[in-house]
Design a protein around this ligand. Sequence first.
Ligand SMILES: Nc1ncnc2c1ncn2[C@@H]1O[C@H](COP(=O)(O)OP(=O)(O)O)[C@@H](O)[C@H]1O
Ligand SMILES: [Mg+2]
Length: 355
Amino acid sequence: MSSVSIRKIRKSFAGLTVLDSVDMEIAPGEFIVILGPSGCGKSTLLNVIAGLDDCDSGQIVIDAVDVSGLEPSQRGLAMVFQSYALFPAMTVRRNLSFGMEVAGTPKATIVQKVDWVAKLLQIEALLDRKPSQLSGGQRQRVAIGRALVRSSSICLFDEPLSNLDAKLRAETRVELKQLHETLKSTMIYVTHDQIEAMTMADRVAVMHKGRVEQFAHPQSIYEKPASLFVAGFVGSPAMNLLEGSLDGTGCFLVGLRSISSSAYPFENPSAGEAVLGIRCEDIGIVEPGSPDSIPAQLAFTELLGADALGWFDCLGKRMSVRLGVDAARSMAKEVGLRFDMAKASFFSAATERRL
Ligand SMILES: Nc1ncnc2c1ncn2[C@@H]1O[C@H](COP(=O)(O)OP(=O)(O)O)[C@@H](O)[C@H]1O
Ligand SMILES: [Mg+2]
C-alpha cells in the first residue's frame, strides 16, 4: 500500500489550461474515483501521475518520494487503459507474462503469477487464446490481469468499463471492488459514470474544467454538494434547482413565493441571489394550500419498477419528486409540494459555492 500526494499540478496544451492547480492527498489503500464529464482533464491527470505526460508545474509524491522527474517504469504503478491495449498477436498468457519477461522476472515466478491472476479473474480457460478470440468483457479482464501481475501497490484505471454493456459493467464493478478488498492496493479510478463513483469509491474527486470541485466521501458529495456543478452532475435524476434570493431573515424568495430557510444548516450564511437545490426524495406531496407548501401541477409520472418519479410544474420549473408506485398511479393533478429544508442545499448565485 502506498500513499499518493498530488500537489498543485498545472498543465496546459497550447495555451489551454487542462489541469488548474490540482491537489489531492490519497491515503495508502484508498479507492479513489476521479469523476467528471468528458474533457475535464481526468485522463491527463492520470497520465501525469503515471509519468506518461509531463506537467507544467507541481509535484507527484509517492510514499514521501517526489517522483515527478522519474520515468513511468520507475514509479512502480500499474495502469489499465480504456482501450485495453492488448498485444493482438500474443496469447492471453503471453500478454500477461510479457511485462515480467521484459523486466527479467525469473521464469518460475512468472508462471506462478500468471496462474494466480488467471484464477483470481477466472480467465484460466482463455490463456491460450488471442485477444481477437475474446469478448469485450474477457479482454477487459486480461487488461486488468496484466496490470495486477506487476504487483504494484498503486493501480491506475482509465474508464476501464466504458466499452462494456450495462449488465457486464455492473458485474465487473462489484468484482473490481472485491479485488480491491483482496489486494488492498491504492487504486485511482477515472470515470464519467457517477454510479461507478458512488458504488466503488472510498472518496470521490469531482472534476470540472481542470479543477477539483469537491473531494469527499460519496455520500457527502450526494448529500452536501460543494458547488452548483457537483449538485447538477451527481445524482439521477439531477437535483431540482430553483433560482431566487435569500432575504437575510430566514426566507428564500422565488418570485412572489417565500420558502422558510430556517431549518437549513447554513455553513456560510449570506443574503442575496442564491440557488436552492432539493433532491427528489426530499420533497413531500401534501394537499394543495397546506401550510409551508408550494402549489404544483402534475405533468407526468414515470414508473421505475421499485418506485416512481412524479414530474411537477412548480414555480416555473419542472421538478422531480420520488413517489411510491401506488401514489404515482393515483396522483392528483393539483398538489402541494413540501420541501425538507434540513436536507436541502443553498448555493451562492455569484460564486456557485455551497452556503
Ligand atoms: N495531447 C493533447 N494535445 C492537446 N490537447 C489535449 C491533449 N490531450 C488532451 N487534450 C485536451 O485536454 C482536455 C482534457 O482532456 P482529457 O484529460 O483527455 O479529458 P477526460 O479524460 O476528462 O475526458 C480536453 O480539452 C482535450 O481536448
Ligand atoms: Mg479520458
